[in-house]
Design a protein around this ligand. Structure first.
Ligand code: KG4
Ligand code: ZN
Length: 353
């Protein structure tokens, strides 16, 4: 089964062709990602209108490149998948409409993929991970702990009540004048800093649920920075190190709690899987390894290029759904908001109920 996948929900214009064998194993035939980071950098974050226009300009070319690298023709495809949300609605419309046009012109099934579901299923493409597993999804827009029980069968164990972790890194970088995206820059500064210098809070720690909150941490960091302004290079490094350590401690505590909930409700997870750009952070990866080890499980961490937004994860989720006969009508709607818990096996119809 060969599927084209299109991703345009945020600031990456991406297309990929993925093959799913009869044994359920996946193979990436091409994976083309064009980042718009340069176009948003001066604004310190993604500007929706700029993103949508950039997707329109680039998408045809990116799809052509993905098809060429995969040496595939549209006629040879078994399905066309596109991320239909959640995300910035202008971009989602661009990708989904393009997928509909290809599906219509070549008489192929359309699969409207939930972007979060695609992150959730990536471990099955890279590592053939078996269900059920626990997913820690942490990106610029999302922070969630999920039980992945099957394709279309997700249970949300916890999530952030305010900012996503990646957003926290981005806002910290902005506050300290480091640039965008903030995650890698804060991590680099943190390596040179003293994580003990500032006593920052660990919000939600010790609670029985698996929820996150970052706003108190964000405020505490800003107050510490204001107290010692103007900041020296060492001050910046120490603030970054203290912030990153607080996040690491919070992730450890919240994941322990999430895994406890997983065990009570579902049983032993086959793996702890991470996804999203934040999983590129080495200090966070280390703590994920440790937490997985504590519960007698292992960490499955897809390569960073497949943890961040890409077309291969959309194509793969499309192939997994197509293998179960889950396709969508050509009038399926794009969604700005689309909680994963609503993605039922029956597809979009069930989500709308
Ligand atoms: O998954 P992703 O590429 O895009 C979405 O948000 O969907 O994640 C990007 C986020 C940004 O907020 C970025 O700052 C964060 O992931 N990030 C990191 C690191 N690399 C990227 N956060 C912490 N440490 C990193 N090394
Ligand atoms: Zn994403």
């Amino acid at each position: 089964m060969i599927v084209l996948g299109i991703e345009t929900t945020c600031d990456e214009t991406a297309a990929a062709v993925v093959e799913r064998g009869a044994d359920g194993k996946g193979r990436i035939l091409s994976n083309v990602v064009l980042s718009q980071i340069g176009e948003h950098a001066e604004f310190g974050g993604v500007v929706p209108e700029i993103a949508a226009r950039a997707h329109v300009e680039a998408l045809d070319r990116i799809i052509a490149k993905a098809m060429e690298e995969a040496k595939a023709s549209f006629a040879a495809l078994d399905g066309i998948a596109a991320a239909a949300g959640p995300g910035l609605i202008g971009g989602v419309i661009v990708g989904l409409t393009t997928a509909k046009a290809i599906a219509l012109a070549h008489e192929k099934p359309l699969i409207a993929v939930n972007h979060l579901e695609a992150h959730a299923l990536t471990a099955r493409l890279t590592d053939a991970t078996e269900f059920p597993y626990c997913l820690f999804l942490a990106s610029g827009g999302h922070t969630q702990i999920l039980a992945v029980r099957g394709v279309g069968d997700y249970l949300r164990l916890g999530g952030t009540v305010d900012d996503a972790i990646g957003e926290g890194f981005d806002k910290t970088a902005k506050l300290l004048g480091l640039g965008y995206p903030g995650g890698p820059l804060v991590e680099k500064e943190a390596a040179k800093g003293d994580a003990q210098r500032f006593a920052l809070p660990r919000p939600m720690s010790g609670r029985r649920d698996a929820d996150f909150s970052l706003s108190g941490l964000k405020t505490a960091l800003r107050l510490e920075a204001e107290k010692i302004a103007p900041l020296s290079d060492q001050d910046v490094a120490d603030l970054c190190a203290s912030f990153q350590q607080a996040i690491v401690d919070v992730v450890r505590d919240r994941l322990r709690s999430g895994l406890r909930m997983f065990r009570l409700r579902i049983g032993a997870p086959k793996a702890l899987v991470c996804a999203g750009g934040v999983a590129a952070n080495q200090a966070i990866r280390k703590v994920l390894h440790r937490v997985a080890f504590e519960v007698g499980s292992e960490l499955v961490a897809p390569p960073p290029a497949l943890c961040t937004d890409n077309g291969a994860m959309i194509a793969w989720a499309g192939a997994e759904r197509l293998a179960l006969g889950l396709t969508d009508p050509l009038d399926v709607a794009p969604h700005a908001r689309w909680p994963l818990a609503q993605v039922a096996k029956e597809g979009d119809k069930a989500a709308a109920q």
